[in-house]
Design a protein around this ligand. Structure first.
Ligand SMILES: [Zn+2]
Length: 226
């Protein structure tokens, strides 16, 4: 009887879920963090902080590899993409966008000729999450790289709207959204010549819900840390 009760309690504790359509690797990390919550709460807290993205995380965009006459459109695309999410999330937008200042930046963004030799893949975001913890404290460090393709096919540069779609899509992944099928969603595929450089109300709602779930679990871990 006791065993059954414990099992049920454990199952309940691990059943917190992120909204449907969340990024699979983000969700896996979230589930791992949950599993540490009771026994190693500081470890879980550090992990939750990384999923929320620490406040004022700098993304530094290096456009110096680009010919001068095309830097403007990429700069504008980055600015628009960040401003889409910034307006949608308001006070809860953790990123700080910079151009050209590389040293000390947490995330580095670059415009490359191609990603993995493939013209179909136009954006990529890699984040590395490092945590250290003890019984009383924890540290969390986020680093990463964002790559944006320069061409949609040989010789055809991306337009401002295409860059906006790609960058905002990658930010969507950073906030925990997974890829979607629909072409009228920021998390859908980028159609060359027909980008969707906007966020849908549903995508914004899901990111808010993801962040709220993480915060709830953070508070639980904090409570068990005492
Ligand atoms: Zn994607």
């Amino acid at each position: 009887m006791t065993v059954t009760t414990l099992t049920a309690a454990a199952a309940l504790a691990f059943s917190a879920k992120l909204p449907a359509g969340s990024d699979p690797s983000f969700e896996t990390y979230f589930t791992q963090a949950l599993s540490y919550s009771a026994a190693e709460p500081h470890r879980a807290m550090a992990m939750f902080e990384l999923l929320l993205v620490p406040e004022r995380t700098q993304i530094s965009v290096d456009l110096s590899d680009l010919p001068e006459e095309v830097r403007g459109r990429f700069k504008l695309g980055f600015e628009r993409a960040f401003s889409l999410w910034d307006r949608a999330l308001g006070d809860d937008f953790p990123f700080d966008l910079r151009f050209g200042e590389r040293h000390g930046a947490t995330l580095e963004a670059r415009v490359v000729d191609r990603i993995d030799g493939d013209y179909h893949q136009m954006g990529e975001l890699f984040v590395t999450r490092r945590v250290s913890w003890s019984k009383r404290s924890h540290r969390a460090e986020l680093t990463g790289t964002m790559k944006i393709s320069r061409f949609s096919r040989p010789g055809r540069l991306l337009t401002v709207d295409e860059v906006t779609h790609i960058v905002a899509h990658e930010l969507g992944h950073a906030f925990g959204l997974g890829d979607a099928e629909g072409v009228r969603e920021i998390m859908g595929p980028v159609l060359i010549g027909r980008p969707f450089a906007r966020l849908t109300a549903d995508e914004v709602r899901r990111v808010r819900a993801i962040r709220e779930s993480i915060r709830e679990e953070y508070r639980e871990a904090q409570a068990s840390a005492g």
